[in-house]
Design a protein around this ligand. Structure first.
Ligand code: UD1
Ligand code: CA
Length: 477
């Protein structure tokens, strides 16, 4: 059986980022750089033409080589990968060798080793499959991915002879003026024949920079007349992130790629230039996204929604046909047909059931708001459970914090809270109860009661249907 193992290099300090955070943990579209590379590795698929070469080996998790801040990176990715430690960062060749024992322990023993770098986040599964495909069909000793760029920046240059055969990869530091003009660069994705790789790495001498470069294996394979294959990719998917300028370039490229994916899938994005959608966001068809909108984290948006302008939604679930204008929604759930905004805020733990309307300058935190409840103007509901069809009058506020503890407020279905009602928690308002304007409610209100004043007192019961209708009519006016 011909199987392969994957090694992802992530031991470097990332000095050029000038950051406390290890480079591969820097987020790109809401996911760490290394997460993007792992996603591409995990998505490698083979077509049937390769069946005889490679049986897919889903059991092999990628081996990630860690060094600098290893514990922090391991904590972020956990069981998703295997880990090898490179004690000292002596170069990319040295780093691959650190993965040898982890790879040699895999069963079945892989014949091919795919290597990629943890700082090339735009790499796609398709191009990785292509490199593997080329390597296996050409029966190469070494295959690597190249790109053509102008200017070639800080990438290693691919040196070929007059007949086009690869001779070596030369790093910028050691390149001659002539070599620096070469436009074909090394993208940092390689396949090696495992049996060839380990002895070569073990005997690799330190180069003039005092390091062990993986790229130096190309010259060795060329000198041995081994088969070296290359695959030509595009720079926009092989961009390496060494500093924050490249991080921003990668972010921009990925953002456009993500927006296009959603547009092709039926989402209208009115202004791609001002729309930011993280990699893991899902959006239903016929949703329209207006300018200045950010959808971040693991957010799911239903179909036929209208989001924006000026809306931020983080780590939330928004069901079909919701409208969210100029508002912020964080770690919250909006069921179908909710409308929200302008200028409202759902904080962590807000759950707005079907058809809730939340108007201007409202805030909901850690609360369940029942179906078709209306909260039109500048209200705050925190730590509350609100029933269906409640009318929350303008300026209604839950006083949920007594300076030390948070307390809950419960509001029964069909209740109507007058303008400027203050609810001193813990407190319960019974179903269909009414509070008069300016009431300060510090005791539980029974069902069907009308309370008024500061502190609120029972005025009368609203038992008959006619009275309720009358009161409701007055309220509407
Ligand atoms: C490398 C290549 C260069 C290529 C470019 C593509 C080498 C010598 N050069 O340069 O030809 O054009 O990538 O992006 O390989 N790492 C370790 N241990 C180490 C050193 C590095 O794990 O001892 C890891 C880093 O964390 C990083 C990756 O290897 O994820 C690449 O290292 P980096 O220093 O960024 O190499 P480049 O200078 O970008
Ligand atoms: Ca790099």
């Amino acid at each position: 059986m011909n199987t392969y193992a994957t090694v992802v290099l992530a031991a470097g300090k990332g000095t050029r980022m000038r950051s406390k955070l290890p480079k591969v943990l820097h987020p790109l579209a809401g996911m760490p750089l290394l997460g993007h590379v792992l996603k591409a590795v995990e998505g490698i698929r083979f077509d049937s033409s390769l069946a005889s070469f490679a049986s897919p080996i889903s059991t092999h998790r990628p081996v990630v080589v860690l060094g600098h801040e290893a514990a922090q990176i391991e904590a972020a990715f956990g069981e998703r990968c295997l880990y090898a430690i490179q004690q000292e960062q002596l170069g990319t060749g040295h780093a691959v060798l650190a993965a040898q024992s982890a790879i040699d322990a895999l069963a079945p023993l892989p014949q091919t080793v795919l290597v990629c770098y943890g700082d090339t986040p735009l790499i796609r599964s398709e191009i990785l499959s292509q490199v593997l495909h080329e390597h296996l069909t050409r029966r190469a000793t070494l295959t690597f991915l190249t790109a053509h760029t102008d200017p070639p920046s800080d990438y290693g240059r691919v040196v070929r002879d007059s007949s086009g055969r690869v001779r070596e990869i030369v790093e910028v530091k050691r390149a001659s003026a002539e070599q620096l003009r070469i436009r074909e660069v090394n993208s940092g994705v390689y396949c090696f024949e495992r049996a060839w790789l380990w002895p070569i790495l073990q005997n690799l001498p330190r180069n003039a920079s005092g390091e062990y470069y993986l790229t130096d294996l190309v010259a060795i394979a060329a000198a041995q007349e081994r088969t070296i294959a290359t695959v030509s990719g595009t720079l926009d998917e092989t961009i390496g992130v060494n500093n924050r300028v490249q991080l921003a370039e990668a972010e921009q490229l990925l953002r456009l790629r993500t927006l296009e994916r959603h547009m092709y899938a039926g989402v209208t994005i009115v202004d791609p230039a001002t729309t930011y959608i993280d990699d893991e966001v899902q959006i239903g068809a016929d949703t329209v996204i207006f300018p200045g909108t950010m959808l971040t984290g693991k957010t799911t948006i239903g179909a036929d929604c209208r989001l924006g302008p000026g809306t931020t939604i983080y780590q939330s679930v928004v069901a079909d046909r919701c409208v969210v204008r100029n508002s912020i929604v964080e770690e919250s759930v909006l069921e179908e047909d909710v409308s929200m905004g302008p200028f409202s805020h759902c904080r962590t733990g807000a759950h707005l059931a079907r058809g809730v309307h939340m108007g201007n300058f409202g805030e909901v935190k850690n609360s369940y708001i029942g179906a078709e409840t209306d909260m039109h103007h500048f209200s705050y509901l925190g730590d509350a459970s609100v029933g269906e069809r409640v009318n929350v009058g303008a300026g209604t506020v839950t006083a949920n914090f007594d300076g030390t503890h948070k307390h809950r407020t419960t509001i029964g279905a069909g209740a109507s809270l007058g303008v400027d009602t203050v609810l001193i928690a813990p407190v319960t308002i019974g179903a269909r109860a009414y509070t008069g304007s300016g009431s300060v409610v510090n005791r539980d209100v029974p069902e069907d009661a009308l309370v008024v004043g500061v502190p609120a007192r029972l005025l009368r019961m609203l038992n008959t249907r006619e009275e309720q209708d009358k009161d409701e009519k007055e309220h509407m006016e």
